[in-house]
Design a protein around this ligand. Structure first.
Ligand code: ADP
Ligand code: MG
Length: 789
């Protein structure tokens, strides 16, 4: 790494024949910085008498006075930079000064004489010379030529020669990668294998630059040109590549806008030039400041392109070109001031070495081949990277023998072949991890197939068993529910017995029962179960569990559960409230429409009134049109009144709408909760039943308290004389149609009267009546029980 400040040189352009030299002196000391002293003469202050005589002193690496020739400039300024570039460092030389001060002359050279060749051709010549001399490395050189004009980049090495304007040249744009490296998109990199090719490219670029230049657009003085030589080198056989760049920069004229005396389009250009030079200056100021973290490179294209050359990885040199005639003294001073600031910038140039992965691969491949050859020589055997099928079989046999061998001293000898040793390890690992694999090999395929089919049928059996269990549970839950219902009914009946008003209740119950019977969902009959299901909402959870189908039992249970659920009252209340609110909203809506049409009517009347009055004014102009109209006023007041009531009603309407929406949401929520509760209850019941299988009774046997039957008979012997009491041991007539009630809890307490059957008549209508009656009664009693509580 080379750390040094930017080297700053000054070059004074020879005076023209008619030019008057300003007062300056050069103090050139060997081994020390040279100093340039500029004196501003008295008569310079725009015609004013100016007694102040000012002297400015500037330090430079070296000052090249008027007689300095191009070869000297090259040797002193450019050659050291070119040498660094050849060594693998980046280098930049830029010329800065006002228009006509000799920047282009210095960088590119004069057009007439060969000796006037500037830094670019001389550097190219030098570089190719050196490359030829150095046979220790392989060099590749490319060149690029970029012109920046009005913040746009153009590729000057466009070979088409078609550009008549700068805009016709390919546009170059800046790209920044994630590592903040600048890439120039669309800038062609042309390979140059020798000096001649490189000079041709320079000539091509200069020609393009010249063609694109119009009198209105003196691009040469108003644009920046960057000629870049890219050198890459590598030693033969090495994968390390060194890449370096040499930027040779001809900047735009540094003069200030006021001095150019131009307007319009040219002024815009001048502003742009000054702007980009201004940004260059800002970058330089920022770089000269200590501890400055942000450098505004991005502000202009030029500073972005030259980013590395300014305060980065580069050996940078500046040439301040001075046109030191009397009229340009102040511009020369400002150029020198700029140079002094640039001189403070420190750069850190590093060797740009990188490893070429492609070369690395080639190298490694070669190494592998060499080693293989050596191995072949030593073993006397040719070796491919993979083992042959035969070799693999041999190895398998060896491994098997080794594993079967009971002798603890037995060894597995596969020879000094890494491939074979590796294969053995892998094979053994497989045997360790899947011992059955090898065993299975011995078994015939038939056996495995048989196993498969056995497995399948076993699975089927398991599934069926599960389903059976599920159904059993369902039945048992229903049975239990029924028992509870009966118990409730019986308890209530006892209460009813004690009550004096029993006969009236019975009558009522009967009448309700008859009504209820008409509705199949409320009719408690086994036959009616199918219709029953239609009134049941599908339960998402259970439907999911039962594969989309909910059993009838489950649906029935849900109906009962729903009825007994505490929230059913809430739902009912909300339903009523909703109904009420809907009616209210409907009514309000109608009223609102009425009011609206009323308002429209009133408005129409006012308009009518206006027309009438206008017509009146035409027929008898004496009438005053603007006169106060009491009728209209009254109409207006009426409208206001209507509007008020409309507003009040509308607000109520809005409020109701909100309430309705809220109620609907609430109901949805309660419904969901109920379903969930049911699901929980259902699965708990199922679990309990599984845990206590002794509770399970026959699905078509429902136990009921004997007292219940007794009281039932007591209450209704007249109406239902067909119901006869039968003993449990007796074979009841019409057995097929009978429902047997039995209560396990009762069984334990009073085993002698464990179960009582209510034989059905066999007449479907009569049976339905009996059952419906029982159910209705039960419901009424239940309700009554609630009231008593
Ligand atoms: P710039 O590029 O700074 O605008 P130029 O390089 O075009 O200035 O120079 C303006 C004119 O002065 C050109 O004709 C050029 O040949 C001439 N000139 C500049 N420097 C020298 C020099 N050192 N010796 C001889 N002629 C020069
Ligand atoms: Mg120029």
């Amino acid at each position: 790494m080379v750390k040094e400040t930017i080297r700053v040189y000054a070059r004074v352009k020879p005076l023209g024949r008619r030019q008057q030299a300003g007062s300056y002196s050069v103090d050139d000391e060997e081994d020390l910085l040279s100093s340039l002293e500029i004196t501003v003469p008295r008569d310079l202050a725009d015609g004013f008498v100016n007694n102040k005589r000012e002297t400015y002193k500037f330090k430079f690496q070296k000052i090249f006075d008027q007689e300095a020739k191009q070869d000297v400039i090259f040797d002193s300024i450019a050659k050291p930079v070119a040498e660094c570039v050849l060594a693998g460092y980046n280098g930049t030389i830029f010329a800065y000064g006002q228009t006509g001060s000799g920047k282009t002359f210095t960088i590119t050279g004069g057009a007439e004489r060969y000796s006037d060749r500037g830094i670019i051709p001389r550097t190219l010549s030098y570089i190719f010379d050196q490359l030829q001399k150095d046979s220790s490395k392989v060099y590749t050189t490319h060149v690029s030529y970029l012109e920046i004009y009005n913040e746009c980049g153009y590729d000057l090495l466009d070979p088409r020669h078609e550009a008549s304007r700068l805009e016709d040249l390919p546009k170059v744009t800046i790209m920044e990668d994630s590592d903040q490296n600048i890439h120039l998109k669309n800038l062609s990199l042309q390979q140059a294998t020798n000096e001649e090719e490189a000079l041709n490219l320079l000539f091509l670029g200069d020609t393009n630059r010249m063609i694109a230049e119009t009198p209105m657009n003196q691009a040469s003085s108003r644009s920046h040109c960057i000629f870049t030589v890219h050198v890459s080198s590598k030693e033969p056989g090495s994968a390390t590549i060194r890449r370096s760049k040499l930027h040779l920069v001809d900047l735009a004229g540094s003069e200030r806008v006021a001095k150019t005396g131009v307007g319009g389009h040219l002024l815009t250009e001048a502003k742009y030039i000054n702007l980009s030079l201004h940004y260059l200056e800002q970058v330089i100021i920022a770089l000269a400041e200590k501890n400055r973290s942000h450098i505004p490179y991005r502000n202009s294209m030029m500073t972005s392109v030259l980013r590395d050359s300014l305060g980065g990885n580069c050996m940078t040199t500046m040439i301040a070109t001075l046109s030191i005639d009397k009229r340009n003294i102040d511009e020369s001073i400002s150029t020198c001031r700029f140079a002094q600031r640039v001189a403070l910038i420190k750069n850190e140039a590093v060797l740009n070495e990188e490893i070429d992965p492609r070369l690395m691969i080639v190298q490694l491949k070669k190494e592998i081949q060499d080693l293989k050859d050596e191995l072949e020589l030593v073993t006397g055997k040719q070796r491919t990277s993979e083992l042959s099928q035969e070799e693999l079989l041999q190895l398998d046999e060896l491994i098997e023998m080794f594993l079967k061998d009971k002798d603890p001293d037995s060894t597995l000898d596969v020879g000094a072949d890494m491939r074979k040793i590796k294969y053995c390890f892998i094979h053994m690992k497989q045997l360790m991890n899947h011992p059955t694999i090898s065993d299975k090999k011995l078994l015939s395929q038939n056996i495995s197939e048989e196993e498969d089919s056995n497995k399948e049928s076993g699975e089927e059996l398991e599934k069926l068993k599960d389903l059976l269990q599920q159904r059993d549970n369902e039945i048992n839950i229903l049975v239990n529910m029924l028992k509870k219902e009966k118990k409730k009914a019986q308890d209530a009946l006892f209460q009813l017995n004690a009550s004096s008003a029993c006969s009236t209740v019975l009558e009522q119950s009967l009448s309700i029962n008859l009504e209820d019977r008409q509705s199949p969902s409320n009719c408690f009959s086994l036959k009616g179960a199918k219709d029953f299901s239609s009134s049941v909402h599908r339960l998402p959870f259970l439907s999911r569990q039962t594969g989309g189908k909910m059993s009838l039992g489950c649906q029935e249970a849900f109906e009962v559960f729903k009825r007994d659920h505490a929230d059913s009252i809430t739902i009912e209340d909300n339903k009523q409230l909703l109904k009420q609110r809907f009616a209210e909203v409907k009514c309000l809506g109608e009223k609102l429409n009425e009011v609206r049409s009323k308002i429209n009517c009133l408005k129409g009347e006012i308009t009518q009134r206006h027309i009438q009055r206008a017509a009146l004014a035409v027929s008898s102009p004496s009438e005053e049109l603007n006169m106060f109209d009491p009728v209209e006023e009254k109409l207006r007041m009426q409208i206001e009144e209507e509007k008020k009531s409309y507003k009040t009603m509308f607000n109520r309407f809005k409020g109701l709408k909100v309430e309705i929406e809220h109620l609907q949401l609430l109901m949805e929520k309660v419904k969901m909760k109920m379903q969930k509760d049911f699901e929980v209850w259902w699965s708990e019941e199922a679990k309990n039943l599984q845990e206590k299988p002794e509770m399970v009774t026959s699905p078509n046997t429902v136990t009921v308290y004997p007292q219940f039957i007794k009281s039932l008979q007591h209450l209704s012997t007249n109406s239902f004389s067909e119901i006869t009491r039968v003993s449990p041991n007796e074979d009841p007539p019409g057995k097929n149609n009978s429902i047997t009630f039995s209560n396990p809890t009762l069984k334990t307490r009073t085993p002698q009267s464990s179960s009582t059957s209510i034989p059905l008549t066999g007449d479907s209508q009569a049976d339905a009546d009996i059952l419906a009656f029982m159910k209705a009664r039960q419901r009424i009693l239940q309700r009554k029980g609630l009231e008593n509580k």
